[in-house]
Design a binder for this molecule. Structure first.
Ligand code: ZN
Length: 305
């Protein structure tokens, strides 16, 4: 028969055992569930969140967030999330209604917060509906601000992961610095008078401001509006006048317009570029870094040759 003292010490032993097994249990806790509105942003969140975070992306690879129609499943994903990352700058015109209807208590974080915006009206043509140009990630300097915002939001939502998020963000920021230098190096090799090209929708204004290649587009900053006949005629004239040799189609745009422009001007259609969405996993732009590298190589190949 156990003495009272032995029973107490046995109980204490069990408690110690239970306590010592706690950290193991803690490592298996559920990951922080977060939602990112589109694939480029989802990749950045994954890089900062690492193993601690489960990221769901609403608009997937090759998807067009300008004109997305949310599904009931998206509402459920939002309601389960602790943080919702958006680009902001009215890129996702559908997100506020979706957040409201989902009833989610998630914190909403605009990744582009704090960047120096370019106005949609700064464009070389005037049919855009004003407001800020949302494609800020096309400048790697802005992507670094996105990453800092993501890091801070993850720390606020999951303080226990602070050191992990800081370390992940720091190594990712270093890689972005390397990427920025790589892009600048390739632009520097293109003869200055050739640094001009055509893309179908106006998604590269931040790239232009940061890296010094001029972009001309028949379509505005959103894929919602179609290019008018007048815009197309104006661009065809400009291509002929300035002897622009390359036109590009983005993965979120309809290729037909550019095919017509290429046919009428003799400009070549360059490799497909990625503006608003990543490629699928096996494609050339499966991550943000791969996307920026693929695009500058495509531009450089067309303009240097
Ligand atoms: Zn766009």
């Amino acid at each position: 028969m156990l003495t009272r003292r032995a029973a107490v010490s046995l109980l204490a032993g069990c408690l110690t055992l239970a306590a010592s097994s706690l950290p193991v249990v803690a490592q298996n806790v559920e990951k922080l569930k977060v939602v990112a509105t589109f694939s480029i942003l989802g990749d950045m969140v994954r890089n900062v969140g690492g193993e601690r975070v489960e990221v769901t992306t609403l608009v997937g690879p090759n998807g067009d967030a300008h004109v997305y129609s949310p599904t009931p499943a998206d509402g459920r994903r939002l309601s389960e999330a602790k943080v919702v990352f958006t680009n902001g700058l009215k890129f996702e015109g559908w997100i506020d209604r979706l957040v409201k209807s989902s009833g989610t208590k998630a914190v909403k974080v605009e990744a582009a917060k704090g960047i120096k915006t370019l106005s949609g009206e700064d464009n070389h043509h005037a049919h855009d509906h004003g407001g800020a140009d949302p494609h800020a990630w096309q400048n790697i300097g802005n992507a670094k601000i996105y990453v800092a915002n993501i890091r801070d939001a993850l720390i606020a939502a999951d303080a226990a992961g602070k050191t992990v998020y800081e370390a992940n963000a720091s190594s990712y920021l270093n890689r972005l610095d390397g990427l920025d230098a790589e892009v600048k190096g390739l632009v520097a090799k293109i003869p200055p008078e050739r640094r001009k090209l055509i893309t179908s929708h106006d998604a590269f204004r931040y790239f232009e401001a940061a890296y010094g290649i001029d972009f001309v587009s028949p379509q505005g900053v959103s894929t919602e509006s179609e290019a008018s006949a007048k815009d197309v005629a104006r661009i065809i004239q400009q291509i002929r006048r300035e002897k622009i040799t390359a036109v590009f189609v983005e993965n979120v745009s309809d290729a037909r317009l550019m095919e017509r422009i290429a046919q009428e001007t003799g400009a070549r259609i360059g490799e497909r570029v990625y503006s608003d969405a990543l490629s699928n996993e096996n494609g050339p732009a499966a991550t943000y870094i791969d996307m920026m590298r693929h695009n500058i190589r495509a531009f450089s190949a067309a303009l240097s040759s």
